[in-house]
Ligand binder design. Sequence first.
Ligand code: SF4
Ligand code: SF4
Length: 439
Amino acid sequence: MLKQILFSLSLLMTLGIFAYSFKRYYLFFKLTKPFEVKDFGKRFNIMMNVAFGQKKILRKPVVGLIHALVFWGFLVITLGSIEMVIDGLFGTERILSFLGGFYSFIVASGDIMAAFIALAMLIFLYRRISGKVKRFDGIEMTHKSHTDANIALSIILFLMISLLGMNTFYVAEKLSSGEAILGVYPVSQQLATLVSSMDYSSLHIGHEINWWAHILLIFFFANYLPYSKHFHVYSSIPNVLFSRLEPLGQLYNMESISKEVKLMMDPNAAFADPPEEEEAEIEKFGVKDIEDVNWKNYLDSLACTQCGRCTDVCPANITGKKLSPRKIVMNVRSRMDEKGPGLIKNGSEFDDGKSLLGDYISAEELWACTTCNACAQECPVNINQPSMIIDMRRYLVMEESAAPAELNTVFQNIENNGAPWQYSQDDRMKWAEDLFTNA
Ligand code: SF4
Ligand code: SF4
């Protein structure tokens, strides 16, 4: 009974902190601009392929396969965690064992995957600490980012060790008492031989210690994730579900600008007075600060795994420019963390004297982008980095007239000549005059 009470209190505390974090993010999302999503059939297919099927990750055969197995292993182990919560609340033991063969399959898979994930975490920690993987570094990868990644990987490692410990002592305890072992444990059954010489009560204590260590680590991890780069454990699947359906490189049109262009094409409408409500509306173009980004951009920033695959293929970054697409995405999240609470408390007029564009991201970074979309193509969680860059450029051009000099000439030509070149429309076919004469 005491165990049930302690467990219920821990669960309640976990849910309370989780609800607080959830509310915090809900309020942050409320600060963002709308973004339309439709066609859920197509989206569901993308989610099954990219998120659950790990299609993009698997393009790198070795590391990709390890990552994918860790992801799938986690899905299986989560089922075991649900059983632990039910057992903890109702004082039962291995409550789902009534599922028979299916139960044995799940716990056997979980047992094998726990050993595999523990090994994978050691490899991942080695790769990070050794500094041999170039894409883990960059100006945006501060000491805090590296520490955060190492903490998260270490927690997962201890989660797996405690899970194996729990299974091992469970098997050894049952063998010692002669009771039936519920489920199949291919790895832990081997490990149980190492502790089989211990007496029953020591084995029982070993089981309880590992059971509590595992469940409390799950509770801690669940509440650590929203404040960690590993938040992608929660956000990457929805992010893939809402990922862009248009071909990479196709820009989103700005509704008001499309309207303007249509008006220009219709001379009668062009000189008509705009409706009153339209006149009153003053629109801000593009993105200057965090309240200008749409909710999908913000979700992108929460789903970023900081893996650096985008920056690793970015031609601007490779050729020594300041731009790093990973930094742009990380900056969006950091800026919301910084300004979001002030906006929630003081309303939309709140100004802390800083902005995303300028204080976090410079114009130099933005104009270095070739819009090649290699970053978006490479991102394992379908983040759309170029759309954030384009929106900030739109702000620079349309609100501040701060485009690079070369572009200003192009804009002037488009305005005066209807084309990017410096010739009037009447002269456009001049290049072909001789051709026609000779023919
Ligand atoms: S679209 Fe821009 S940020 Fe992305 S890879 Fe190309 S140059 Fe780099
Ligand atoms: S944006 Fe995508 S590719 Fe780039 S670091 Fe984040 S998750 Fe990795």
